[in-house]
Each structure stands twice: as structure tokens, then as C-alpha cells.
Design a protein around this ligand. Structure first.
Ligand SMILES: [Zn+2]
Length: 252
């Protein structure tokens, strides 16, 4: 009897390992589950339907944003997974939770409803600028490729403001007036904001990301640190915030 239980136990464990292995292979290689693959420069777009030409146009703007990053290596290929009927975004959402998009390894996975023509993704009634969303997630891919598996979050456990603030810094380059943005943050914090802050183009972001972006911008543009130096720096978020607000008080 004991031997029979052991056999069944081994079979269940072996089946679990095979299923997990398959899941990992699919999550890392989304092309396996999409009907169409469209090449566009360094990007491969995985979709169920033909990609909107407006979407492909935005990718040039994404590339220009990424090129300004110290992590950029022209040779890196990115796969963009559309949310147009494939089960794949649901699978990633089940693993990582609900979000506008996900960026890992060399994959950017879009979630929510896409409006390529007006350049945004909508989720729960909120809009995120599409170009900046892809640039944000692509920067996570660059972090992974440049720093390596063991020096990338969640394993490396870099503070969240440095990890999320940098992709925002890369993506929001065209909205980067630090003094104005700090003023806008302070004004928004005094409103009923539901943790959301808007830009002039009617898209927005969550307030913790916005704050992280401003802190990273302060460190890189005002204190002239590189991102590599910022990751090594031991100053805590509260201390950097204090420095930034003193700098702001002298300029507003
Ligand atoms: Zn992110």
C-alpha cells in the first residue's frame, strides 16, 4: 500500500514539474501562442489580428526614448504581446496581478483596451500613454539584460522607487520639467485623487510611480548621478525626498 501511495505521489510531482516547465516556456516565449508575428525594426509584435499601422508608428517614438537611456543596447530585440484575443495577457495577469502592461525578460505584454490612433491604453476607466507605457516596460527588459537575473528585482530587492522610477524617467522624458511636476504633485495630493495623477494629454499614472520618477530625475539630472550609481547609493528615499524638496523650495 505504502509503495502504491509513493508511486502516485511521484506521478503527481512529475506531472506538476512538467506543467510548470511548460508554463515557464510559454511565458518566456509568447510567440508560441499567438497567431501573427509582425517584425518592425527591433520589435516583434505578437497579435491575433493584423497590428494597427498607428501602433507601429508609435514604436519609433519608443525607440527614441529608449536610446537616451544608459541601459540601451541597440542589438536588444523586444517582443510586444497584444491584448487582442489571445489568452496570453490573462495568463501573465494571473501570475503578476492586474496592470496596464508587464515587462520582463525581452517581452512587453499589453493589457487593458488599446487605442493606437489616440496613443493610449485604458484600464478601469484610466488611460496610460501607449508610447510611454511600452517605453516603461521595455526599460524593465533593459534592466534585466544589462544587470542580469541576480541583480534584477525581485531577486536584487532594489528599493521600489529606484526600480519603477527609472522606467518612468526614461518614458516621460518629454514631460520632464521637474519644478512644474513637483508643483503638480503637491496640488494633486490635496485633491480627491484615488492615487492617480493626470498629464495634459488626459493620460496619467499612479502617484507612487510619479513620485519615484521625480526622485530619480532629481538624482540623475540635478545631482548628476548615473543610474548605476543611483542603484549603489545608500541614501534612503525619505532623505532624497528631503534634498529634492529643499532644492524645489529654492526655485519655485
Ligand atoms: Zn514598472
Amino acid at each position: 500500500m505504502k509503495i502504491r501511495y509513493r508511486k502516485w505521489g511521484l506521478r503527481i510531482v512529475a506531472t506538476g514539474i512538467v506543467i510548470l516547465g511548460l508554463l515557464v516556456v510559454i511565458v518566456l516565449n509568447p510567440m508560441l501562442v499567438y497567431a501573427n508575428k509582425t517584425a518592425a525594426g527591433n520589435y516583434t509584435i505578437c497579435s491575433q489580428n493584423r497590428p494597427d499601422p498607428y501602433f507601429i508608428e508609435h514604436l519609433n517614438d519608443v525607440t527614441n526614448l529608449l536610446k537616451a537611456s544608459e541601459l540601451y543596447e541597440g542589438k536588444q530585440k523586444l517582443t510586444i504581446c497584444m491584448n487582442d484575443g489571445s489568452v496570453f495577457p490573462c495568463l501573465v495577469q494571473a501570475i503578476q496581478g492586474r496592470a496596464f502592461a508587464y515587462g520582463y525578460y525581452g517581452n512587453v505584454v499589453l493589457n487593458g483596451t488599446l487605442n493606437a490612433r489616440d496613443n493610449y491604453v485604458e484600464l478601469n476607466g484610466y488611460k496610460w500613454n501607449l508610447t510611454e507605457l511600452i517605453a516603461h516596460e521595455a526599460t524593465h527588459c533593459m534592466q534585466f539584460h544589462k544587470l542580469g537575473f541576480f541583480h534584477t528585482n525581485p531577486i536584487a530587492r532594489f528599493p521600489q522607487w529606484k526600480w519603477e522610477g527609472y522606467p518612468e524617467y526614461v518614458a516621460r522624458k518629454n514631460k520632464a520639467c521637474l519644478v512644474n511636476n513637483i508643483s503638480h504633485l503637491l496640488e494633486t495630493e490635496h485633491t480627491d485623487n484615488n492615487n492617480w495623477i493626470s498629464f495634459d494629454d488626459s493620460t496619467g499614472t499612479v502617484i507612487p510611480y510619479y513620485k519615484s520618477w521625480l526622485l530619480v530625475q532629481f538624482c540623475l539630472d540635478v545631482r548628476k548621478m548615473s543610474y548605476a550609481e543611483l542603484l549603489k547609493d545608500t541614501a534612503r528615499e525619505a532623505v532624497v525626498t528631503q534634498y529634492m524638496m529643499s532644492w524645489y523650495a529654492a526655485r519655485k
